[in-house]
Design a protein around this ligand. Structure first.
Ligand SMILES: [Zn+2]
Length: 230
């Protein structure tokens, strides 16, 4: 049964998150008990441990984002309610910045479809559907298992898929397991009349000249990529 399957996924995620948060809280306690409260410590050394504590705090925020607060909230002294698992205050905005000095910024884990079952609704089949505005470029990652869609009247099964969409100005790129689709959405490229598509060899040579595309290939004519001139 699909329902059982989703619960299993949630159960695993919850278990793993609890484990990670548990060891993180231990590290935070360790730093705060052994170093931040120490009176003998020099200014420089204190700053180092203070920074470590801040960084652990960042890790806490990041892990907290993955928490769906499955076990509910408990009341604290200040009449606030905090999540029993991640300790986040109920109703507080999710706000986080993940900064690293070296290497790429990382947000979330790479996920792929994780079930062979066909779920009743897209909601049940959804694993992740997040969008980030990253320095002006929009990136969306949509990962879902197979589900029954009523989009086209009678129900059809939508395949399990990991779809990545990138939008930069008027260029949109869709990447999934089968296709890489690039679309140019400039104002002057609005379609008038019918829309066509075809392999290059299906297009007449004189019409091919309308397409500013360069193919990359090797000696054996293996396709390596392509460049589109804007
Ligand atoms: Zn939580």
């Amino acid at each position: 049964m699909p329902v059982k399957d989703t619960r299993m996924c949630k159960g695993q995620a919850k278990k793993e998150l609890k484990k990670q948060l548990g060891s993180l809280f231990k590290s935070m306690d360790f730093v705060s008990n052994n170093f931040l409260d120490s009176e003998k410590m020099g200014k420089k050394e204190f700053q180092v441990f203070f920074n470590i504590y801040q960084q652990l705090g960042l890790a806490w925020e990041f892990l907290g984002l993955q928490c769906k607060h499955w076990d509910g909230y408990k009341k604290t002294k200040g009449k606030k309610e905090t999540c029993k698992i991640c300790g986040k205050v109920k109703g507080a905005d999710d706000f986080y910045i993940l900064l690293t000095r070296k290497g790429p910024l990382k947000l979330g884990m790479k996920v792929k479809p994780n079930s062979k079952k066909t779920f009743e609704t897209k909601e049940d089949a959804q694993i992740v559907n997040d969008t980030i505005d990253f320095h002006g470029a929009l990136v969306n990652v949509d990962v879902h298992n197979s589900y029954k869609s009523r989009l086209f009247g009678k129900g059809i099964n939508m395949a399990a898929e990991r779809i990545v969409n990138v939008k930069e100005e008027n260029v949109e790129c869709n990447i999934d397991g089968h296709l890489i689709h690039v679309r140019l959405r400039d104002k002057y490229r609005k379609v008038r009349g019918k829309r066509y598509g075809g392999f290059p060899w299906e297009v007449r040579r004189k019409d091919l000249k309308h397409f500013p595309v360069i193919f990359d290939f090797d000696e054996k004519y293996r396709f390596l990529g392509l460049t589109i001139l804007r």
